[in-house]
Design a binder for this molecule. Structure first.
Ligand code: PLP
Length: 448
């Protein structure tokens, strides 16, 4: 008996599909999913001579349709204790930043419109004003990300000319950002000086003597060199470069506006320190320690920023309205002295140990199980390598630790925890308080 003949045609199936499918998914998705399911049935019939089950075809089609429209970018609960987790989207934003981004996305706005004159206004003007006010820089420019900021500065200032950098600063950041390759792409001719561990003011002076367009400093943001190391004082380096009429570009990476040492952490370079030391251009990310949306911020003199703004890459790299809206609100938190209270990254960094302990204990009593453990939270995201903050963790010891962890990742929303030997550990520091309830529901379900 040839069961292949029992398989209904596409037209017959389309007549029979549940009524709401065409409205929910559209005709072409439904047809694609049906075709794939029918192919599976054909294979089964040929191999096993199974009878054709129409319900099974529809079940499989429904799963395919749900998969086709499921979001690939899902919100997760980050219980890993890594604050700026690059794989999890770096900085979560403050409520007002997120709301401003929603409004910018949903409605028309004054991106390049002056309400006073009813004509064209400056894009990014409000954000640039906030940046200069907060840092004391003369001028500012916002682009897509810090990689773009560095590339743009190099191209605008040193294209076809020499750019000097210490060998200890030829860094690679995750995601393919490598200083030598960025230099090459910008058209600047990279001149390496010093050694892997040491560079002296004299090395810079020699390079300046032989004609240089730019001195570059890149912050080793994701590693540390220790031992027999040395670098000249940055203010001295800037003044030496200025004696030769050469500007200095400082790629800070994270670029903190608040002093990390106040929280028991090492010193992440402050944007204001770099400017005060004499850097002519300072670049940093919007979504690392600043705690805002992905952006690259360039600060510097009127003259240099004007030159950079005119470069064709500035147009290619320009920040979009949604980013500018979120960045503006993030910067306002600093202006209003409420960064610690409102910006999630700083809420997490400044969270008192007692409060973390109380949350972990609360989780344990809600679950009726688990251990309270001491642990360490990390800053992550190419900031403060090796630096951690003491924390309290919830520890669970499930029978099958890998399966348990996989179930966490497959829940809705997915939960990202950490495995520490034979335990799964959860750090309250990086779990947004509004996600606590959902986290506990998920844990209860998986435990049972
Ligand atoms: C992170 C980082 C970059 C790249 O910044 P993005 O905003 O991720 O593009 C460049 N330089 C340094 C030193 C960094 O730490």
């Amino acid at each position: 008996m040839n069961r292949l003949r029992d398989i209904p045609s596409m037209d017959e199936l389309l007549q029979q599909v549940p009524a709401d499918w065409l409205a929910l998914y559209g005709r072409s998705l439904v047809k694609d999913a049906l075709r794939a399911s029918l192919e599976e049935v054909r294979v089964k019939v040929r191999q096993q001579n199974d009878p054709v089950q129409i319900d099974a075809v529809f079940d499989s089609t429904r799963r395919k349709l749900q998969e086709a429209v499921a979001s690939g970018l899902r919100s997760v609960i980050n219980a890993s204790g890594v604050i700026l987790h690059t794989n999890l989207g770096r900085a979560p934003l403050s409520r007002s930043a997120a709301e401003a981004m929603y409004r910018a996305a949903r409605y028309y706005n004054t991106l390049e419109y002056s309400l006073e004159t009813g004509s064209r206004g400056a894009r990014g003007g409000a954000v640039e004003k906030l940046l200069t006010r907060l840092t004391g820089a003369e001028a500012a420019l916002v682009v897509n990300n810090n990689a773009a900021a560095v590339l743009l500065c190099l191209a605008a200032v040193a294209r076809g000319r020499r750019a000097v950098i210490a060998r200890s600063q030829l860094i690679e950041i995750g995601g393919g950002f490598r200083i030598p390759e960025v230099m090459a792409a910008s058209g600047a001719r990279m001149v390496e000086i010093g050694t892997t561990n040491r560079v002296h003011l004299e090395d810079y002076t020699q390079a300046l003597e032989s004609g240089t367009a730019l001195v570059v400093r890149a912050h080793p943001s994701n590693f540390r060199i220790i031992g027999f190391t040395s670098e000249p004082d940055f203010a001295e380096l800037c003044s030496r470069a200025h004696q030769y009429g050469v500007p200095v570009l400082d790629d800070l990476g994270s670029g903190a506006l608040l002093d990390t040492t106040r929280y028991g952490l090492g010193k992440e370079p402050l944007v204001t320190d770099s400017l005060q030391a004499g850097a002519d251009l300072v670049c940093f990310s919007g979504d690392k320690l600043l705690g805002g949306p992905q952006a690259g911020i360039v600060l510097g003199s009127h003259e240099l920023i004007k030159k950079i703004r005119k470069h064709p890459l500035a147009r290619a790299f320009r920040a979009d309205k949604i980013c500018l809206a979120g960045l503006e609100q993030t910067l306002l938190h600093y202006l209003k002295d409420e960064a610690e209270r409102e910006i999630p990254v700083w809420q997490m960094i400044s969270m008192p140990l007692d409060a973390i302990r109380a949350r972990a204990e609360g989780w344990i009593s809600a679950l009726g199980q688990g251990e309270l453990l001491r642990g360490e939270s990390a800053i992550g995201g190419g900031s403060l390598p090796g630096e951690t903050l003491p924390t309290w963790l919830l520890g669970l010891k499930p029978a099958g630790i890998q399966i348990f962890n996989q179930n966490l990742r497959l829940s809705t929303p997915p939960v990202i925890a950490r495995i520490d030997q034979d335990r799964v550990v959860f750090d309250p520091r990086t779990v947004l308080p509004e996600q606590d309830e959902r986290l506990l529901e998920i844990l209860k379900r998986i435990i049972n």
